[in-house]
Design a protein around this ligand. Structure first.
Ligand code: DGY
Length: 321
């Protein structure tokens, strides 16, 4: 029997998916608690056929330039802003991600943030845990309805559509902005708007766009000024789409009402950050896809991308084919 292809895993990954991958390849995994030094990774890649990328990891032409046998790089995420895909393409290396399998799960988290922030669940629960059960109606933090209000989604891919279906079920009007208007507005009862119109009309603005050169700091001081002053801002896309200082100012100046974030800049987010001191933010640590089933499916798809790549077959989910 021939030697199995070697796949480098540069950190911690799901053991069940690695066990599946190990049926097909030899795994060389970085198991130290510290982040794998880039130079060590480059050294390991000299002998490798594949790379399972564990974030945070910057992937570019320099990382793979001395890896003559490398046939595939794959990562369990739909977003790939950490990857210079054109440089991998130039090196002839396919890059695999995990679109689709996480759509419903990320939409559930987005909608959890929208509903929880609208009803101020976090602040109201604190009354209970602090033994300060409020006397209605003055003592609690009064929330906002979702029904008969308008959600504006920025970035209407598969996850955006899944969020829109939930919003419609809650009685919301759904607007969206996207690079191009979609052709299924009748099906999902959604309406395309320019960014300016969307910001002016929405009670909840939810960012679901990928991070690109165009979307970097798209949500800046001007953006927040264009939103309604009682609106909720939600980000489930990428932290760097938002100018965080501008968001802090917008909350402190009353230009918007509240923020709910799954993604932040930086990540991890410092506990003493001024955003947390506004008392107007609900923040969770980038858990959009983190349910057991979905993470399993993402990791199995990553393994399948790698198995296909090392065998020089088309990847099931390839970004640069
Ligand atoms: C992704 O897959 O890009 C998500 O951010 C994971 O939660």
């Amino acid at each position: 029997m021939g030697k199995k292809p070697v796949v480098v895993v540069n950190g911690k990954a799901r053991e069940d998916a690695l066990a599946y991958l190990a049926e097909h390849v030899e795994i060389r995994q970085w198991t130290e608690a510290t982040k794998m030094p880039r130079e060590t990774l480059k050294e390991w890649l000299r002998e490798a056929d594949g790379l399972w990328s564990v974030r945070p990891l910057d992937i570019d032409g320099d990382l793979v330039k001395d890896a003559p046998n490398l046939k595939v790089v794959a990562q369990p995420s739909v977003g790939y802003d950490n990857v210079k895909v054109d440089e991998l393409t130039a090196a002839g290396i396919p890059f695999g991600n995990t679109p689709g399998v996480l759509n419903e799960t990320v939409a559930e988290l987005a909608f959890t943030l929208i509903a929880s922030a609208s009803r101020r669940i976090y602040e109201n629960m604190n009354f209970v845990t602090d033994g300060q059960w409020p006397k209605q109606p003055t003592g609690c933090v009064v929330g906002k309805d979702l029904s008969r209000r308008t959600l504006g989604i920025i970035g209407m891919g598969g996850i955006g559509v899944s969020i829109s279906r939930r919003a419609r079920a809650f009685g919301m009007t759904v607007l969206y902005n996207n690079r191009h208007p979609r052709n299924d507005d009748n099906l999902y009862m959604t309406t395309y708007k320019s960014l300016d119109e969307l910001l002016a009309l929405s009670d909840v603005v939810c960012v679901m766009a990928p991070l690109t050169d165009e979307t970097y700091h798209m949500c800046d001081a001007e953006f927040f000024k264009e939103m309604k002053s009682d609106a909720l801002f939600v980000n489930v896309g990428r932290g760097k789409i938002v100018d965080t200082d501008a968001l802090v100012d917008a909350l402190n100046n009353g230009e918007i009402d509240y923020a709910a974030l799954d993604v932040t800049d930086p990540e991890p987010f410092p506990a003493d950050h001024p955003l947390l001191k506004t008392g107007k933010a609900l923040i969770v640590p980038h858990i959009g896809s983190y349910t057991d089933r979905t993470r399993y499916e993402m990791c199995i798809l990553t393994a399948d991308n790698i198995i296909a790549g090392v065998n020089q077959k088309p990847l099931p989910a390839c970004v640069n084919e």
